[in-house]
Design a protein around this ligand. Structure first.
Ligand SMILES: [Fe+2]
Ligand SMILES: [Fe+2]
Length: 259
């Protein structure tokens, strides 16, 4: 069995410090073989930078996925052009965009293929069809264990893609809303699934952002410089236990730490 921990969007330095504090014990407790984390909000004013990517990797993360904030920061571009940093962006970006949308975590005894995908419903930018891109990508993949981070706003789009790929991928975890859903399950074909895994960041916030700034923006409709909140954090994640011979998920557990 291979046990994979998938962690929701890490929010700035406050979220990264919380991850650093809790990840070693969590890995030990759940006997984790590989860690995937969404890092699209890891830099302090959003996006991802080489420093925040390296911080996450030094915490014990094996691979970083991103989303609609992949290219938020100018400093992020070298990350995707580097072969050394295991950071991917959604696979349904146009082919000319920097970086790649899928990468392998090589554990020696087995290989885990990780795919990053982005939704098109209520998302900006609007990318290629995730269904068509998934079909095309899966044709050329021979790894038995395949995990997808589906970064999307609409719950129905995430679930529909999971049902479409049921039995063809080992597991899908949704990201982007920063709100954890309580629907972790194994679909009939053996694909582990959760609509949204949540975030790793401040509890007293509006999906990570300072409450005052979020209210100001919604009340006035005027652009407001959003900053991340501080204080008590939570770590939202999901654990998939996968049979490496069949590539199917046999156990799924939702994680929510807030101490
Ligand atoms: Fe996010
Ligand atoms: Fe996002």
């Amino acid at each position: 069995m291979i046990t994979v921990l998938c962690i929701g969007d890490v929010i700035g330095t406050v979220g990264m410090r919380y991850l650093h504090r809790h990840l070693p014990a969590l890995k030990k407790l759940k006997k984790i073989d590989a860690v995937i984390v969404n890092g699209e909000n890891s830099a302090d004013t959003n996006g991802i930078t080489p420093d925040s990517a390296n911080y996450l990797l030094n915490c014990g993360v094996d691979l970083i996925t991103t989303g609609n904030h992949s290219f938020q920061r100018k400093e992020s571009y070298p990350i995707y052009e580097s072969d050394n940093l295991p950071v991917i962006r959604p696979a349904n970006y146009p082919a000319k965009a920097p970086g790649i949308g899928s990468r392998v975590i090589d554990l020696g005894r087995t290989r885990i293929r990780v795919i990053n995908m982005m939704g098109t419903v209520g998302m900006n930018p609007v990318l290629d069809c995730p269904f068509v891109t998934s079909d095309q990508l899966l044709e050329g993949i021979d790894e038995k264990i395949i995990i997808m981070d589906m970064h999307a706003e609409a719950t129905a789009e995430k679930r529909a893609l999971a049902c479409y790929l049921d039995g063809r991928i080992s597991a899908m975890f949704g990201t982007h809303t920063h709100v954890q859903t309580a629907d972790e399950q194994i679909l009939p074909g053996g694909t582990g699934f959760i609509t949204d895994v949540g975030m790793t960041g401040p509890v007293n916030s509006v999906i990570g952002v300072s409450i005052e700034a979020a209210i100001e923006k919604l009340k006035t409709k005027v652009p407001v410089r959003l900053s991340y909140a501080d204080g008590q954090c939570m770590l939202n994640a999901v654990v998939f236990v996968i049979d490496e011979r069949s590539g199917k998920t046999v156990e799924v557990e939702r994680i929510n730490i807030s101490n």
